[in-house]
Design a protein around this ligand. Structure first.
Ligand code: ZN
Length: 312
């Protein structure tokens, strides 16, 4: 097994997580969470999306968020952009990484972006043009890469075509997203290996959801085929507004806890990240799926005499 020894964990909770919250989360609360995340050693944080406020009202304060976050040197701040207009707004607001992409399935695109695949591809090309020469980076994403909740399995050709377009646009990092948690560990390894064989120099990341409890198993499968870039959500925030019953991304602190237990480096202060997960619960006003923040780290021992273990 040749696993990468250094893993880049990118936080997407403030965007992928908060965007599905029904009630508008005040900008100050978003800033509290983002600033707490900035202090953990995370290399990348996706903080918002430059989408039309009618489509995603939760992200209507994108400019205000970017203007007020406490930027830390060494942290790259990202945002999702759906089109050239969004890209221009993001660049003007000082976003470092512009996330762009689309789903590998037509039904999902129609529902999610109201664009046909052809229109979507054109939008991505325009975003690529806007990013070129701006000093920012394009981060690509192929959504529903491991299955579509409306169509089922997604043809490999579709994934290759989209991924290839993002490679041509010189996205230094491209994520394969298991948007509604349909992947399994072998499926992860099969698709990643096929893309690695075709584009050996391309950095491939995984954006995983824990919809059916396979999130960390899928992450391990990715590590085993050399993937070193992962997106996750603090506390396990999130889901997908366009996918029926989809739950959140893999949980950042649970994932980092696993990586550290395996001796893999992330540069992240796990205790600080657990603190940020508790803050995320406060911000959304409910218990989140993250498990380590409730159980404590495996290294935290319990005093003898206090019964902590059930034997059944
Ligand atoms: Zn997601």
């Amino acid at each position: 097994m040749s696993m990468p020894q250094r893993i880049e964990v990118s936080e997407v909770g403030p965007r992928d997580g908060l965007q599905i919250e029904a009630g508008f989360i005040p900008t100050e609360q978003k800033l509290r969470l983002i600033d707490a995340l900035s202090a953990t050693g995370l290399p990348r944080i996706e903080v918002t999306a430059f989408v039309h406020p009618k489509v995603v009202p939760q992200m209507a304060d994108a400019e205000a968020v970017l203007a007020a976050i406490g930027r830390r040197p060494g942290v790259r701040y990202g945002a999702f952009v759906p089109n050239a207009k969004g890209a221009e707004r993001a660049i003007a607001a000082g976003v470092d990484d512009l996330k762009a992409g689309m789903a590998a399935s037509d039904s999902f695109n129609e529902l999610n972006t109201k664009m046909t695949t052809e229109q979507g591809m054109r939008a991505i090309a325009e975003i690529g043009q806007a990013v070129r020469g701006s000093g920012r980076q394009l981060v690509g994403v192929v959504a529903t890469a491991f299955g579509c909740p409306y169509e089922g399995p997604v043809a490999l050709d579709r994934v290759l075509a989209l991924f290839g377009q993002l490679v041509e646009l010189e996205a230094p990092l491209i994520y394969l997203a298991d948007t509604t948690g349909m992947a399994d560990p072998i499926g992860i390894q099969t698709l990643v290996s096929q893309l690695q064989a075709r584009w050996p120099a391309q950095r491939i990341g995984l954006h995983l959801h824990n919809t059916r409890g396979l999130g960390l198993a899928n992450a391990l499968a990715g590590l085993q085929v050399g993937v070193a870039d992962f997106e996750s959500s603090v506390g396990g925030l999130g889901g997908c507004p366009f996918a029926p019953r989809a739950v959140g991304n893999i949980c950042s602190e649970d994932f980092v806890h696993m990586l550290h237990a395996m001796g893999l480096a992330t540069g992240i202060d796990l205790d600080a990240l657990i603190g940020a997960a508790r803050l995320a619960q406060e911000v959304v006003g409910r218990t989140l799926p993250g498990m380590v923040m409730k159980a404590g780290k495996a290294s935290e021992l319990h005093p003898k005499g206090v019964k902590a273990i059930k034997l059944d």
